[in-house]
Write a new protein. Structure first.
Length: 132
């Protein structure tokens, strides 16, 4: 379940555990330990996104409803996938972003999509776009 707060999405992971993507402006409530972890997020958008993900994700995405997320492997790397309406996000560690960014960009091009936000191959500066 996602909760939108300021510039962040907050996902309930388990009882009393949450994953926050973005930078919420509010201070952590008393008793909450805030462990910040940098990550890189790629956006896959457009009608070819589900087919593209089916090629690079080992999980079955057919039953993935909007506003859900899960941990999986994307192109063989640990990542978090979440679906926001018809768009998808792939979240990974910064160290894996150059390789994963290029791998996703290659698949986007193979689906006749456009890649946005790369300074040069494999270096993400903002979201990837798959919009054929």
């Amino acid at each position: 379940r996602f909760i939108a707060q300021d510039d962040a999405l907050i996902a309930s992971v388990a009882a009393r555990q949450f994953l926050i993507l973005g930078q919420p402006h509010a201070e952590a409530p008393t008793g909450v330990l805030r462990l910040e972890h940098p990550c890189v997020e790629f956006a896959l958008e457009g009608p070819a996104a589900p087919d593209l993900l089916a090629e690079v994700v080992s999980a079955n995405l057919d039953g993935c409803a909007p506003e859900t997320w899960f941990c999986t492997r994307v192109c063989g790397l640990d990542a978090v996938l979440y679906r926001h309406n018809d768009d998808w996000r792939v979240v990974c560690a910064p160290a894996e972003a150059p390789w994963l960014g290029e791998a996703l960009a290659e698949r986007v091009r193979a689906h006749a999509g456009e890649v946005e936000g790369l300074d040069h191959p494999g270096t993400p500066t903002q979201a990837e776009g798959a919009t054929p």
